[in-house]
Design a protein around this ligand. Structure first.
Ligand SMILES: Cc1cc2nc3c(=O)[nH]c(=O)nc-3n(C[C@H](O)[C@H](O)[C@H](O)COP(=O)(O)O)c2cc1C
Length: 171
């Protein structure tokens, strides 16, 4: 069972979430490979995909949406799991879905889309981004829920390693 984990990240927070997912899948008996979306030219050779992105002004980053545009049909041929990383604060805001993932779910045939809180690191941002974050009163900090990410990845591993009959019933 070989699984691709690929995520678009501007400031590294979502990239690290992809690494945590890859590590958890590996610990649970999956051959997981973590790659940048722009480095993925085919899904050939992967039995399933975990795809994610940081959310910027209500949208996924371009490298993730471009990957879906390029390889939509290949996603639909294998189990696909989506995640977004964005909301910040305690409790994280926005508390509604920060991204309209309906189109991405349709294009990929994904089984799941989960939203994780993100990381706001002003020291990594340029002037424009800092201005947006300040205007929206988004607090600095790392709000990424590592334990929840790992639990989600364990569920994916369980789903993928379940007996063929069980996974057919789950579809
Ligand atoms: C300019 C800017 C706009 C953002 N817009 C959103 C947004 O619309 N919704 C949201 O939930 N998070 C938003 N965020 C928060 C980021 O998604 C969050 O910090 C995420 O963890 C960044 O991931 P990255 O480090 O992988 O780039 C925004 C952050 C910045 C700097």
């Amino acid at each position: 069972m070989k699984v691709l984990v690929t995520a678009a990240s501007k400031h590294g927070g979502t990239g690290e979430i992809a690494d945590w997912i890859g590590e958890t899948l590996t610990e649970n008996g999956i051959d997981a490979e973590v790659r940048l979306p722009e480095d993925v030219s085919t899904l050939e050779g992967y039995d399933a995909v975990v795809l994610g992105s940081g959310v910027y002004v209500g949208k996924w980053l371009a490298s993730a949406t471009h990957l879906v545009e390029r390889l939509g049909r290949e996603f639909r041929d294998r189990p696909t799991f989506l995640f977004s990383s964005g909301p910040a604060g305690d409790p994280p805001k926005p508390d509604t879905d920060p991204v309209d993932a309906v189109k991405i779910r349709e294009a990929t045939g994904a089984e799941d889309h989960i939203v994780f809180a993100g990381r706001i690191a002003r020291d990594r941002m340029g002037f424009g981004e800092r201005a947006v974050i300040t205007a929206l009163r988004v607090p600095d900090g790392d709000f990424r829920p590592r334990a929840d990410v790992e639990t989600w990845a364990r569920h994916i591993a369980e789903r993928l390693t379940a007996s063929p009959a069980a996974s057919a019933a789950a579809r």
